[in-house]
Write a protein that binds this ligand. Structure first.
Ligand code: SF4
Length: 345
């Protein structure tokens, strides 16, 4: 569906721009540190295009503001109830503010906030969540319709103040309601949509629910930016989003990882290797297929078909590059040698 384009920092969202991946920082912003900067940069390297932070107090607003000056990825302030936090965040190079006008309170507070967003050219994401609908909609039986009406009301408040620099999300923990609400919205509005199943659950249920929702919506051309919400790390959210887009043929760059499930024949600890290597692999700016295999049954064949493959073979580990055996190493050296060979590709 054709939507308007909204700029989140330097990044266009909507219109003809590519789909973007978002995640949310999961710890409180207690202070600016090298560790925090490295964590944000690590997520960016993994493929996170936009990163959101909870801003529950003024200290968090200050830290987020300072952080925005230290990283290049667009940062989003997530604010509820207290409009002064949004005003403070917009003193810094914050790329977007997520608020719901309905929970900001008095009209003058919303007006103050919108005036500053207009002045600073900061877009607002209105995040409609099925779990926190306004009181008059909370008992509505049709969750998708209720979310749509909430979005209409929130947009109405912003538009009445001359503000149209808006991104919308309509999220439920129920996949079907999420899909229907977004379809209804996309049929009536042309604001860019941030899609996601909220509170999707722990890793496995969350991946399944998010995959179902995203594949339905994205195949219909609905959705401009997405977040997988997992009770897991932001890294897992970003990798899941990447894999969904790759499986749908909508994002083809980066590492394509093939690995065996491991069985009693494995002479090489595939799981242990991947636990150490996966995020590092996924952070590489290379378009390659990588195979990680356990034994000589399927390992050499799969490893040969990949750009680079590693497989157990008896008590050794073999590394293949472009179909040729490149190295045979002891397992304790496998990680180091594998990455050295990969970097050289
Ligand atoms: S490659 Fe070997 S270890 Fe891995 S699942 Fe197949 S048979 Fe088992």
């Amino acid at each position: 569906m054709q939507t308007k384009t909204v700029r989140v920092g330097a990044l266009p969202v909507g219109g003809d721009s590519p789909l973007t991946i978002q995640s949310m920082w999961k710890k409180p912003l207690t202070g600016l540190s090298d560790e925090l900067v490295a964590g944000v940069n690590g997520l960016a390297a993994l493929g996170c295009d936009i990163l959101r932070f909870a801003v529950p107090d003024m200290k968090s607003a200050e830290v987020l503001g300072e952080l925005a000056g230290r990283v290049s990825i667009p940062l989003v302030a997530d604010i509820h109830f207290d409009h002064r936090l949004a005003l403070r965040c917009m003193d810094f190079p914050i790329a977007k503010v997520r608020i719901n006008p309905g929970n900001i309170g008095a009209k003058w507070k919303v007006e103050d906030l919108v005036r500053k967003a207009l002045d600073k050219n900061v877009p607002i994401r209105v995040g409609v969540n099925h779990g926190s609908l306004p009181g008059h909609l909370a008992k509505e039986k049709d969750g998708a319709e209720a979310m749509l009406r909430a979005a209409e009301e929130e947009i109405g408040v912003l538009e009445s103040l001359g503000f149209g620099n808006i991104i919308i999300s309509l999220k439920s923990s129920d996949t079907e309601s999420t899909v229907r609400a977004n379809r209804l919205f996309a049929g009536r509005f042309d604001y860019p949509l941030h899609i996601g199943v909220t509170e999707a659950g722990p890793l496995i249920p969350g991946v399944v629910r998010s995959t179902l929702a995203f594949s339905s919506l994205l195949r219909d051309g609905i959705g401009n930016t997405l977040r997988v919400s997992l009770s897991d790390t932001p890294e897992a959210e970003v990798i899941t989003a990447r894999e969904i887009l790759a499986a749908l043929g909508m994002r083809v760059k980066g590492i394509r990882l093939v690995s065996c499930p491991r069985c009693g024949r494995a002479g090489f600890d595939v799981h242990g290797f991947l636990a150490l290597a996966q995020n590092r692999l996924m952070s590489l700016d290379k378009n390659l297929t990588v195979a990680v295999m356990g034994c000589a049954v399927n390992g050499p064949g799969e490893a040969r078909h990949a750009d680079i493959g590693i497989t157990g073979a008896g008590n050794k580990v073999m590394i293949f590059k472009h179909g040729e055996l490149a190295r045979t190493v002891a397992e304790e050296n496998a990680l180091e040698v594998f990455f050295a060979e990969l970097e050289a590709l």
